[in-house]
Design a protein around this ligand. Structure first.
Ligand code: NG1
Ligand code: ZN
Length: 539
């Protein structure tokens, strides 16, 4: 019929390159940009079908390879809630991305449409966004063709965006709210102003923050957004040359623990700095401790941001939540992965918080955080956010009406409501995360150095090992133990035992063709040596 003819015709424009084997992985499909036309076109089809399946809800499609090199690109789908594509659809994504001919592709789609009872002929809408990678422009055209080859479906080109901004738009659109970039800015400004008005000290100081934009879209979007209440200097916007993610950005800063390009002059010593990754869904802070540090930085990673957020939220909850009545206490929980620094976990548990662990990849953390009234999740690399359950926000808004304006309880409740509006409820968002860090530091009257003293990171080391087949490594659900290859976990345990506070694990990367090794110990020498010996076992 017409649908099949339309798919066959458009699919012939995007043949699958030979030897391409793709998996949706931790964060969508990624690879060398020159090989991805067919993949992005096919994900365009998938996202249109997703919109049809969910009663014409708006779906998002983002073209980005995040912190990876500029010549790579990738594609991922945002579900109508603004979260990641439901994992139930990942096997279908893998199948169609790897279909070797137009006929096979159309057959797979036809079968899936029947199985999922998707009614072709309905109306579907997909918002498309891309980061600043030069390949993004033509890949976006491929996505457009994919979406519109499904009858009744339209693609709306949102052009250059941060990943979290696209997710925010999808969520807002499906809630019937205004969903443009300017609405996003307005929302940030309103909730930020509200939090600033609630800062207890009469006279707070605004100090300079220097932002590393990773030469990507995040710095550019921040540039468009003017806040009179913050003093932000943006470097590495990509406007003055400089390559995306090369020697810059959150991933580089977090993994190498040195200053990004454009930072480290003697004027920068002690100054509060932050880094975004290439699509601005990750945020880390850092500062240069002294002129003689040789480029080495003090890093405040996702774990430390999580700790700051948890402390602030807990302080507000305690203000009105301590009436002692059984079952009345709101449930605050934090979610980390195996990559979280052991010292951060100890610190959070010491605060009396419920700490749970999830598999690497935001979708896993998000799911667990959503089980709490307030769930805070962060990956050590700086991706995270604070989720407020809808019923809890309604409860807060109700309380706000009952309390007398200006009372401590009223202020605490109002802060939480403002945080729930400020911080992106769909995914980790470097821009909204940065604004929240800034306002909490002002609230506490803390410098970045003071914040860093919450706890001291245990020395750690990460190694990537290139292997012929990374799928040979299979782990338990929390990724802390390797089940395969047989015997390797015993050998790893043998190494761990040799070190004080030793901890190590291996897992196959979901975004790169490597096995990752993480090691932690009481000294840097020990962490390095443990990491190296575990890497030897993997080789
Ligand atoms: P993989 O390649 O699966 O380790 C990396 C990050 C994840 C997540 C994804 C998506 C590390 C160790 N892993 O996944 O946390 O952010 O990329 O971007 O940082
Ligand atoms: Zn990213």
């Amino acid at each position: 019929d017409t649908q099949i003819a339309s798919l066959l015709k458009s699919s012939d424009l995007f043949p699958l390159p030979q030897s391409l084997k793709l998996s949706y992985g931790t964060a969508g499909f990624r690879g060398d940009a020159s090989l991805l036309d067919s993949t992005v076109y096919r994900v365009g089809i998938l996202s249109a079908l997703r919109s049809l399946k969910l009663g014409s809800s708006t779906v998002g499609l983002m073209i980005t390879a995040s912190h990876n090199k500029v010549s790579d690109n990738g594609v991922k789908v945002a579900d109508p809630s603004g979260g990641m594509l439901s994992q139930e659809w990942e096997p279908f994504a893998d199948q169609i991305a790897n279909a070797s001919s137009s006929e096979e592709l159309v057959w797979l789609i036809k079968e899936f449409v029947e199985r999922e009872k998707i009614s072709i002929g309905g109306v579907g809408e997909v918002l498309l966004g891309r980061d600043t990678r030069p390949s993004g422009y033509s890949l976006l055209r491929a996505a457009e063709i994919g979406v519109s080859s499904v009858l009744g479906c339209v693609a709306v080109d949102k052009d250059l965006l941060t990943t979290p901004l696209l997710h925010w738009m999808v969520r807002a659109k499906n809630k019937g709210l205004n969903a443009s970039k300017y609405d996003y800015f307005e929302n940030l400004t309103t909730s930020l102003m509200c939090l600033i008005d609630l800062i207890p000290v009469s006279e707070f100081k605004i100090t300079k923050l220097v932002l590393d934009g990773a030469n990507g879209v995040g710095g550019q979007v921040m540039n468009e957004f003017s806040f009179c209440t913050l003093d932000v200097e943006i470097r590495n916007t990509g406007f003055q040359g400089g390559v995306l993610n090369e020697g810059v950005g959150a991933d580089f800063v977090q993994k190498e623990k040195v200053v990004p390009l454009g930072f480290g002059s003697k004027d920068d010593v002690g100054v509060r700095c932050a880094s975004f990754d290439g699509d601005a869904d990750r945020l880390v802070y850092f500062y240069v401790p002294s002129e003689s540090s040789g480029g080495k930085i003090e890093l405040l990673d996702g774990d430390k941001i999580l700790s700051l957020f948890a402390l602030f939220v807990k302080e507000q909850l305690n203000t009105f939540d301590d009436d002692g009545k059984e079952g009345e206490l709101s449930r605050l929980g934090v979610v980390q992965t195996a990559y979280a620094n052991g010292a951060s976990t100890d610190y959070l548990k010491g605060l009396g918080l419920d700490v749970v662990f999830a598999k690497t990849g935001v979708k896993h953390l998000h799911e667990k955080a959503a089980e709490f009234d307030v769930g805070i999740y962060f990956e050590a690399n700086g991706h995270g956010t604070i989720l407020f359950s809808e019923s809890f926000v309604s409860l807060l808004v109700g309380k706000q009406k009952d309390l007398s304006e200006g009372s401590d309880e009223y202020n605490a409740v109002s802060r939480l409501v403002a945080v729930s509006n400020l911080i992106n409820q769909a995914v980790g968002d470097a821009i909204s995360g940065l604004l929240l860090v800034e306002v909490i530091l002002q609230h506490m009257g803390w410098s970045v150095q003071k914040w860093n003293e919450l706890y001291k990171d245990l020395p750690s080391r990460q190694v990537k090992v290139e292997v012929p087949d990374r799928t040979a490594v299979v782990t338990t659900s929390e990724e802390t133990e390797a089940l395969k290859p047989l015997g390797i976990q015993d050998a790893i345990n043998g190494e761990i035992k040799k070190y004080k506070r030793g901890r190590a694990f291996i897992r196959p990367s979901g975004t790169e063709d490597v096995v990752r090794v993480y090691a932690e110990a009481s000294t840097q020498e020990d962490a390095d040596s443990l990491g190296d010996s575990v890497a030897q076992l993997v080789k």
